[in-house]
Design a protein around this ligand. Structure first.
Ligand code: PLP
Length: 389
């Protein structure tokens, strides 16, 4: 029997990806121990990972494990229903109150993931006649959220405030929205939030800020971009944070004023129609928050790793970044893969990031550092990169 015609089309699409050096596969990797950075592959080879967004080294932390286990004994594993149907567990309320207090906002709403939160924010808040002005390097979930809202979408050149201002001036119609990552996920640089806030005020725009890589990592107490730039939290209307990166758990939240959170609870379809956050993960996130806020040494250690790594001479070009995301620009997709393989042969796991995640010609190694790395781990990477030249 001949395969159905769609299969031939799918195979053709896959062959095109393979020919362009863009084939992707899931890597079987098992963490060894509890620091999350020492892995073993399917052949039993030990690998030291520089690929995780667990920046503070909390994913395997004993306090998070204990909190999750305790809550699991009490509430089971899954929440079982959508939040508005199944009810809110005390641990959900405790987490949202603690997050709101930490950030100095009136309220917080939990979402199943950052992707879902970003889809929900736009659909809930943005009208079809509005204009969304977004940094060109924003995360895909912000782009998808903006598209779903059906409003005009203008994308300004990365970090180019003059370009943003031109777009804001040209806007006619409904409300203006400025949308940015706080820390850019593939470049690691920090958005100029103080300038964005000034432009927002000048043009009566509202800021939607994605703090996925900023919360826990930058600003006093890990409070993200608003703290880093020492701004009044009220100047940034909508902040989205994830719990799957520096918090070492899973899920996400939106933080802001009470009316914002009330409206999202009614209108964000990815909140209303999703199964509530697993209570055991809420308990783990609550335990993580204590460490995020209280253990400044983790951020200090990260800063020291960044300084140390940046001294290395490498086969690529360091992109300007002060955060634990340290991209090494290589250019061509095939070269980035070859470099990643060469490092792997030396027991280092550093994935190549290729188009469409990054622009064509801007393939790179996305090196991420963690407080779980020891200075000797960073030394090993430095040495391996120098040898790869
Ligand atoms: C900037 C940014 N926003 C949103 C997300 C999506 O978050 P989540 O993984 O929780 O869906 C990610 C990463 O995954 C991200 O890097």
């Amino acid at each position: 029997m001949n395969p159905p015609p769609q299969e031939a089309r799918w195979k053709e699409a896959l062959a095109t990806l393979r020919a362009a050096g863009l084939w992707r596969e899931l890597q079987p990797l098992q963490p060894q121990g509890d620091d999350g950075i020492r892995l073993r592959d399917a052949q039993g080879h030990a690998l030291l990972s520089f690929a995780s967004n667990d920046y503070l080294g909390l994913a395997g932390h004993a306090a998070l494990r204990a909190a999750a286990q305790e809550e699991m004994a009490l509430s089971g594993v899954g929440a079982g229903a959508a939040p508005l149907l199944g009810g809110e567990r005390p641990v959900h309320a405790a987490l949202t109150e603690a997050l709101a207090r930490w950030l100095g906002v009136e309220a917080v709403l939990l979402f199943g993931s950052g992707y879902l939160a970003n889809l929900g924010i736009f659909a809930a808040l943005v009208g079809r006649s509005d204009g969304i002005y977004a940094d060109r390097l924003n995360h895909a979930s912000l782009v998808d959220g903006a598209r779903l809202a059906g409003a005009h979408l203008g994308r300004y050149r990365h970090g180019d405030l003059d370009h943003l201002e031109t777009l804001l001036q040209r806007h006619s119609g409904g409300r203006r929205w400025i949308v940015s990552d706080g820390v850019f996920s593939m470049d690691g640089d920090i958005a100029p939030l103080a300038d964005l806030a000034r432009l927002a005020e000048r043009y009566d725009a509202t800021i939607i800020l994605d703090e996925a890589h900023a919360f826990g990592v930058i600003g006093a107490g890990g409070r993200g971009s608003v703290a880093h730039w020492q701004l009044d939290p009220a100047r940034v209307g909508v902040r989205m944070g994830t719990l799957g990166k520096a918090f070492g758990v899973y899920g996400a939240f939106v933080a802001g004023s009470q009316p914002l959170i009330d409206l999202l609870r009614h209108r964000a379809r990815s909140f209303v129609y999703h199964t509530a956050f697993p209570p055991m993960l809420a308990a783990a996130a609550l335990a993580a928050l204590g460490l995020v806020e209280g253990e400044e040494w983790r951020r200090e250690r990260l800063r020291s790793h960044v300084r140390h790594l940046h001294g290395a001479t490498t086969p690529g070009v360091w992109m300007p970044s002060d955060t634990p995301i340290q991209p090494l620009l290589v250019g061509e997709a095939g070269h980035s893969l070859a470099l990643s393989r060469a490092l792997r042969e030396q027991g280092l796991y550093v994935p190549a990031v290729r188009p469409p995640t990054v622009p064509v010609g801007a393939a790179r190694l996305r090196i991420t550092l963690s407080a779980a790395h020891a200075p000797e781990d960073v030394d090993r990477l430095r040495l391996a990169l120098e040898q790869c030249r």
